[in-house]
Write a protein that binds this ligand. Structure first.
Ligand code: HEM
Length: 184
């Protein structure tokens, strides 16, 4: 994953849990300043070590940690650094979800050799959608759930999320989320 993803995890821990906790997590994960160059592509083992060290230190599951990180990515990192992109690619949560591949594609010119996920949004009824998530990685479903929760807050659109189907394969994974807009 790109260094900017590592930096966002570091920011989240510093902001939500303080410097002493970050130092502990960083020591357990065995990461140094050289692992936080935004435009560098790093082996996924680094992000996995960070998540596992954070879950051990904070005494929460890795899934909870990834969920918290997904929300932080949207509500803090993207809001501070990629606000124009988020707003430019969607005026609602649904248009943004439809445009996610275009949005990730936009970064290809900036990020050399990166491997983004792919999303496809299917509208089933007037307020229910199926979101297909495909990745060459495995285990990031809770991260996507956190991202969706963050988008729901950003766009002030309350939603219920459930997993309809999850398929792991040697190529990665395919997860289908059922997302229902809660009418208030
Ligand atoms: C403007 C905001 C965003 C930017 C700049 C951005 C950029 C990136 C970058 C650079 C990566 C790392 C890819 C790699 O290192 O190979 C990534 C990964 C990822 N992004 Fe985004 N992203 C944004 C918003 C979103 C949103 C809103 C979602 C979904 C709701 C999303 C879903 C993901 C997922 C799930 C991954 C993990 C990689 C994987 O699943 O294989 N991103 N993104």
């Amino acid at each position: 994953m790109y260094g900017l993803v590592h930096t966002s995890v570091r920011d989240m821990i510093l902001q939500n849990h303080g410097t002493a906790t970050w130092e502990k997590i960083r020591a357990i994960a065995g990461v140094g300043d050289e692992d936080f160059l935004a435009m560098n592509s790093y082996d996924d083992s680094i992000i996995l070590s960070l998540v596992s060290a954070a879950s051990e230190t904070l005494e929460i599951s890795s899934d909870q940690c990834l969920d918290e990180f997904g929300q932080f990515w949207v509500l803090d990192t993207a809001a501070k650094h990629y606000r124009e992109m988020i707003d430019g690619f969607g005026h609602s949560i649904w248009t943004l979800l439809k445009n996610l591949d275009h949005m990730h594609d936009r970064m290809t010119s900036t990020f050399h050799g990166y491997d983004p996920p792919s999303f496809f949004l299917e509208n089933t009824t007037h307020n229910t959608y199926l979101l297909h998530y495909r990745s060459s990685r495995q285990g990031l479903t809770p991260f996507v759930i956190g991202l969706l929760k963050g988008l729901a807050i950003h766009f002030k659109t309350p939603i219920d999320i459930s997993i309809e189907q999850e398929t792991l394969s040697p190529e990665g994974q395919h997860t289908v989320f059922r997302i229902r807009e809660r009418k208030i």
